[in-house]
Write a protein that binds this ligand. Sequence first.
Ligand code: PMT
Length: 332
Amino acid sequence: MHSSSASSTATTAVSEVDTTNTNKEEYKQCDAFFKEIPPHADYDESISRVQRFIENAGAYQRIVLVTSGGTLVPLEKLMVRFIDNFSTGSRGAASTEYFLAAGYKVIFLHRGKSIQPFTRSIPPPLESLEVSVGPCCLGGGVRVKSSDSVKVRKVLEKYSKHKDSILYISFESLGDYLWYLKGISSELNKRVGYRAVIYLAAAVSDFYVPKSEMPEHKIQSDVKPTINLALTPKMIFPLATLWAPKTYIVSFKLETDSGILMEKAEKALKTYQHNMVAANLLTTRKTTVTFVERTGKVARIDNPEEDKDIESLMIGFLQDRHTAYIQTNPSS
Ligand code: PMT
């Protein structure tokens, strides 16, 4: 189904990068970030859940880590204000459903309250439920309105089929997200190897307020505030080269200017050495996504049908590429 919409053309191969000196500096910057920002209080418990989920999945199971939603950057230690990154979570939630349908188990690392798999397709309870009276419902019961019942039933059936194949882990802040990314990807590399995919649909803040610059209390509005932001180290480099080198890593590149999108996608592959970049523009992200591979191959996925998820085409394409990747790594 996906192949009819994906047009493939070979471009210049993305060259290998130098993995010597500069990289050591990049690792150091990431270490410094983790020393400065501690993990979430639930971190150890969440990693134990990940380990159990992987163990229960069985030896030949493919597992994908889907990251979804935007990260938050606090401006105060006792946080009232924060900076947020754009992402509704729709891409991650829809992709999760298609990975499940394709036979993957999914670790869904998502921003709390962002769009969720399954529930994304049903109307809110106050719109879809009604009080029912009659002999069947003594004292009054609640039922799904007939206009929504087919839709709700289909979602419930899909959910009950897949609910044991998905593990939900939530994050709020940039620090929580990056700790989980490191911890979960390391587990996948160790226990699942080439059969694991890391699918980075979350929108990750490039800036944060270092602890040393962060006020304890709410910033007051009687003077114009000065906020010093530091650059977040690009964690995708240690992810691909140190934490999870065996896994198949797909990152996303979001731009608003179509003139620089492909150039940025190719640059990301050269710099970070992972497997694939999915390039998308903010305004057309639901109808067009272009995949760029390390090999230099480019495949554009177009979704002309408004009532269909582009993610169904994207995941079909990725599943094929992941299969080819596993086959070239026979020890998996
Ligand atoms: O959620 P929706 O509303 O459906 O929208 C989906 C989406 C547009 C958010 C999604 O398709 C998308 O493009 N997500 C990535 C957007 C983004 O934040 O890109 P980036 O340029 O900040 O990061 C590129 C990659 O580098 C990401 O895979 C990220 O995981 C990684 N990164 C980013 C910052 C950082 N410090 N370290 C990283 O490793």
